[in-house]
Design a protein around this ligand. Structure first.
Ligand SMILES: Nc1nc2c(ncn2[C@@H]2O[C@H](COP(=O)(O)OP(=O)(O)O[C@H]3O[C@H](CO)[C@@H](O)[C@H](O)[C@@H]3O)[C@@H](O)[C@H]2O)c(=O)[nH]1
Length: 348
C-alpha cells in the first residue's frame, strides 16, 4: 500500500492578507468548513489510510496543522528546520517515510489545491500508484491548460493523449517565459503540471543521487538521525546544520526537468491551484455586476467586476471597477486586478 506526503511549507504569498506566514493558504477554509489541508487529507483517505499520510511542513505551521488534523499520528508531521523548497523537502520526507514503510510508493501532493471531482481523482491516484510500482516510473497528473500561464510547469505529450490513461512524456519545462508559454498553449500537445507526483521511494532516491548529488550527500548524512527514530522538533534541531547546506531549488527544476522516465496521466478533476485572487474568478460565482462577493454584504452602485472578501456587515462600492478588496485579521488589501501579481512583494 502507498503512502502520501502532503507538502505544506509554502505560504501562498499572492493571497495576502488571507494567507500569511503563520496562517498560510493551506490552513484557510475557502471552499467549505474544512481547511484546504484537511480537504486534501479527506480526499485521499479512501486510497491511503491516515497512518500512511505524512505532512511536510515547518515549525511555524506544525502546531496549527496538528490541531487541524488530529486524525493523523503526531509523528507523521515532518518538520523541516529551514525552508529549502521542494527538492529538499521531498528528499527528506521520502527518507523519513522509507524508515517506516520501506520500498513502497509515495504520492506527493500540494496541501493547498482545489479538486472538485474527488472520485475521479482517487481513480487517477490508484492508476498512478499501479504504474509507478509496475514500471518504476515517476507519474504526474496533467491538466488541460486554458491560458498561457507562466507560473506552472508544462509537460509535452503526443496529440493523442486521452484522459485518465498513462502517457510517456516528451519534455518537462518548469515555469516557461511568456513567449514559450504562448507557444505551448497553441501546440495542443502541452499539459500543465499539477505539482502532484507518484513514484517508488527507492526510485526517487536514485534520481536524486543521479541529478542532485549535493542533495543526496546531505540526505545520506541526515539518514543517521532518521534511523535513530528522532521525530518532530527534535529531528529538526538535529538536522538543522545539515539543512543549511541544501541549495534552495524545487523538485520540478532539480529532478522533473531531467528525468527520462516521467509519465503523465491527463485528467479532468476540477483542479485549481488557487494561486492568486485571479483564481477566485474561476471557482466562485459572479453576481449580476460581474463581481465576486465573499462573506460580506456589499452594496454596489456603478461598481463592476470587483472581488470582495470582507467580514464587515455593511460595505459599499461606488463607481469602482476591477478592484480586489480583502480584509483579514486587521490587514486590508485594496489592489487593482492588473496588479495582483505584485501582492507577493508584501512578503519581501
Ligand atoms: N514542506 C514543504 N513544502 C513546500 C516547500 N516549498 C513549497 N512547498 C509546498 O509545495 C507545494 C508547491 O509549492 P509551490 O512553491 O506553491 O509551487 P509552485 O510555484 O506553485 O509550482 C509547482 O506547482 C505548480 C502547480 O500549482 C506546477 O505547475 C509547478 O510545476 C510546480 O510543481 C505547496 O503546497 C507548498 O506549500 C518546502 O520547502 N517545504
Amino acid at each position: 500500500m502507498a503512502c502520501a506526503l502532503i507538502m505544506a511549507g509554502g505560504c501562498g504569498q499572492r493571497l495576502w492578507p488571507l494567507s500569511t506566514k503563520t496562517h498560510p493558504k493551506q490552513l484557510l477554509s475557502l471552499f467549505s468548513e474544512k481547511s484546504m489541508i484537511w480537504e486534501t487529507v479527506d480526499r485521499i483517505k479512501e486510497v491511503i489510510p491516515y497512518e500512511r499520510i505524512f505532512i511536510g511542513t515547518n515549525a511555524l505551521q506544525a502546531g496549527s496543522i496538528i490541531e487541524q488534523l488530529p486524525m493523523l499520528p503526531q509523528d507523521n508531521i515532518i518538520i523541516e528546520p529551514i525552508f529549502k523548497d521542494t527538492a529538499a523537502a521531498i528528499g527528506y520526507g521520502s527518507l523519513y517515510i522509507s524508515n517506516r514503510y520501506p520500498h513502497t510508493q509515495l504520492v506527493v501532493l500540494p496541501s493547498d489545491h482545489l479538486i472538485k471531482d474527488g472520485d475521479t481523482f482517487c481513480e487517477v491516484l490508484r492508476k498512478g500508484i499501479a504504474e509507478a510500482k509496475l514500471n518504476n516510473t515517476i507519474v504526474t497528473l496533467g491538466i488541460q491548460p486554458n491560458r498561457a500561464e507562466t507560473s506552472f510547469g508544462y509537460i509535452e505529450v503526443g496529440l493523442e493523449a486521452e484522459v485518465n490513461k498513462v502517457w510517456k512524456t516528451k519534455c518537462f519545462c518548469e515555469k516557461p517565459d511568456q513567449v514559450t508559454a504562448n507557444n505551448y498553449m497553441k501546440s495542443g500537445r502541452h499539459l500543465w503540471n499539477s505539482g502532484m507526483y507518484i513514484f517508488n521511494l527507492d526510485d526517487i532516491m536514485k534520481e536524486i543521487a543521479r541529478y542532485m548529488p549535493n542533495h543526496f550527500a546531505i540526505l545520506t548524512t541526515i539518514k543517521q538521525y532518521i534511523d535513530k527514530d528522532l521525530t518532530g522538533i527534535a529531528l529538526a534541531e538535529a538536522t538543522q546544520y545539515l539543512f543549511e547546506h541544501f541549495d534552495r531549488i524545487s523538485i520540478d527544476y532539480g529532478i522533473m526537468e531531467q528525468v527520462k522516465n516521467l509519465r503523465v496521466i491527463p485528467c479532468d478533476i476540477g483542479w485549481n491551484d488557487v494561486g492568486s485572487f485571479n483564481a477566485f474568478e474561476e471557482v466562485f460565482d459572479k453576481n449580476e455586476n460581474g463581481s465576486i462577493i465573499c462573506k460580506a454584504s456589499v452594496k454596489e452602485i456603478n461598481a463592476y467586476n470587483n472581488i470582495v472578501y470582507l467580514e464587515e456587515d455593511e460595505v459599499a462600492l461606488i463607481g469602482v471597477e476591477n478592484l480586489v478588496v480583502v480584509k483579514s485579521e486587521g490587514k486590508l488589501l485594496i489592489c487593482h486586478k492588473n496588479a495582483i501579481q505584485d501582492i507577493k512583494k508584501i512578503f519581501q
